[in-house]
Design a protein around this ligand. Structure first.
Ligand SMILES: C[S@@+](CC[C@H](N)C(=O)[O-])C[C@H]1O[C@@H](n2cnc3c(N)ncnc32)[C@H](O)[C@@H]1O
Length: 478
């Protein structure tokens, strides 16, 4: 069967999930007044690019690309990773393309691609710069043995019988006092100390991930949009109101904070154990996950790849380190501001915090023309043009290396969203296709999976361009 959307559709019945209506958040773009000429120039350019590309309707993938059911999906529910796609999506491509060789995800996040490869018994490699993602991907793809399961049960019992300590536990995270109720913070830190004493590394890591995953629900903050928001800040018809911290905590948390935190952890570990006992952890080919930048993946492994499937950070200023800031600090992955700053710089140049003095080597006429349409005064950050150039410079480095290490006839699938700045759309799907082609790949399909919605006011301003603000899957072949 030829590679077309219908063929993919037929491969979808692996484990059914209910349909959810995906509602993207506004992190995808920052718009301002769009000018007539500016829009006309863009339309001309996009139509020109589109005519050269194999565009497909991929709406049947829409709820898998923006996967809202991770929190109730076995294994993926171990850690609330909001930026992942579904294993079903990757499985469909592996089946459809008859993949039998090595699989790679250069931005492995919570390890979804690796999980799909593992269930097909394929060797796989993953990379991520965020140590939390690396830990989660390793733990979710661990090969749990019978004695691990027994050990996990015993350690859950020990958690149940823990009592509150009188010791005072310290953290280097300066904002902890604002972001947590003090008793809850102490309970979390006591439990973390307890977990760090678990002798088996496999069990310790699993418990640590469970502990990381309860931080948000026991804290005073939530991950929202492009950052962290305080839960005691409520939106009302007349604007925001702040409920005083102590009052809010009293209304929200039960009296016995230690029992509250301990029970949440034990309950979550119980769910994890059920998944492991149900054999979701079974695998012969344990994925290899490396911590580091994918721009240097060839320094970590030299095996040839048949299928690379990934979703890079989008060119939309979303900062993966900022969103995981509390977990990174409280989990002890960073111990001071300088370490946090340095970690941020290791990321893809998709946000203004990740830009360093790295030179921009890659030149692309389409990108330059779009940047020339930016109205500098309407940009909310003067570093955005450099960030956009840096983003595609990084993309070019990645595709160059991917081409060198992919077998002839191998495939690359990229799940990516477009973004917009000051009325100018950055059509990342088209530009990735351009870059991949320049590096020797053939563009097989671009599946447009869903359009991103904005406020009605912005929609009006972007009206002629609105179809280009979307999430797509770009499929390439060597
Ligand atoms: C969209 S998420 C990937 C989600 C993943 N597909 C999943 O289903 O869980 C992008 C990931 O890229 C990682 N990242 C950012 N810069 C990177 C780099 N230079 N090298 C490797 N990973 C990077 C981020 O930490 C984040 O985990």
């Amino acid at each position: 069967m030829s590679v077309n959307e219908f063929a993919y559709k037929t491969a979808f019945e692996e484990f059914p999930i209910e349909k959810v209506v995906a509602e993207p958040d506004l992190q995808y773009g920052f718009f301002d007044e769009a000018i007539g000429h500016q829009q006309a120039e863009q339309l001309k350019k996009f139509r020109e690019m589109e005519n050269r590309l194999p565009m497909f309707d991929g709406t049947s993938f829409s709820d898998q690309v923006h996967f809202q059911n991770a929190y109730k999906t076995p294994v993926q529910r171990w850690f609330p990773y909001r930026e992942g796609y579904s294993t079903r999506l990757v499985n469909s491509f592996i089946d459809e393309l008859n993949i039998t060789g090595n699989v790679f995800d250069p931005f492995s996040g919570s390890g979804t691609t690796l999980m799909a490869a593992r269930t097909h018994n394929l060797c796989s490699f993953g990379m991520d710069t965020n140590p939390i993602s690396v830990l989660v991907a390793r733990v979710e793809n661990e090969k749990y043995r019978f004695d691990d399961i027994q050990n996990i049960s015993r350690e859950i019992e020990k958690i149940h019988s823990l009592v509150k300590s009188n010791e005072r536990f310290e953290t280097s995270f300066e904002l902890a006092g604002k972001m947590f109720n003090d008793d809850i913070l102490q309970s979390l830190l006591q439990l973390k100390n307890h977990i760090m004493e678990i002798a088996s590394e496999v069990v310790r890591n699993l418990f640590f991930v469970a502990w990381l995953s309860i931080i948000e629900e026991t804290s005073n903050i939530k991950k929202e949009g492009n950052g962290i928001k305080y839960k005691n800040r409520k939106r009302t018809a007349s604007g925001y109101i702040n409920i005083e911290k102590n009052i809010w905590e009293k209304q929200t948390f039960p009296k016995d904070k230690f029992e509250f935190v301990k029970r949440k952890l034990a309950r979550h570990l119980g769910t994890i154990l059920t998944d492991i006992e149900d054999n979701f952890g079974v695998c012969e080919n344990k994925p290899k996950v490396f911590e580091g930048s994918c721009l240097k993946f060839d320094e970590y492994f030299s095996d040839q790849i048949q299928f690379t499937f990934f979703s890079p950070p989008y060119c939309n200023c979303f900062d993966y380190f900022e969103i995981h800031k509390v977990d990174l600090w409280l989990g002890g992955f960073v111990k001071n501001k300088e370490e946090f700053r340095q970690l941020r710089k290791t990321g893809f140049r998709s946000n203004t915090n990740a830009i360093d003095r790295k030179p921009i080597v890659y030149k692309n006429e389409n990108i330059e023309q779009l940047i020339s349409l930016f109205d500098a005064e309407m940009l909310w950050n003067a570093r955005i043009p450099s960030m956009v150039r840096g983003y595609f410079d990084d993309m070019n480095t990645l595709f160059n290396k991917l081409h060198a290490q992919t077998i002839r006839g191998g495939f690359v699938g990229v799940v990516v969203g477009n973004s917009a700045y000051a009325g100018v759309i950055i059509p990342t799907d088209f530009l990735i296709a351009d870059i991949a082609r320049e590096n020797g790949f053939k563009v097989k399909n671009i599946f447009v999976t869903r359009h991103l919605t904005t406020s009605s006011q912005q929609k009006r301003k972007l009206f002629p361009l609105k179809n280009y603000l979307r999430e797509s899957i770009v499929l390439l072949e060597k």
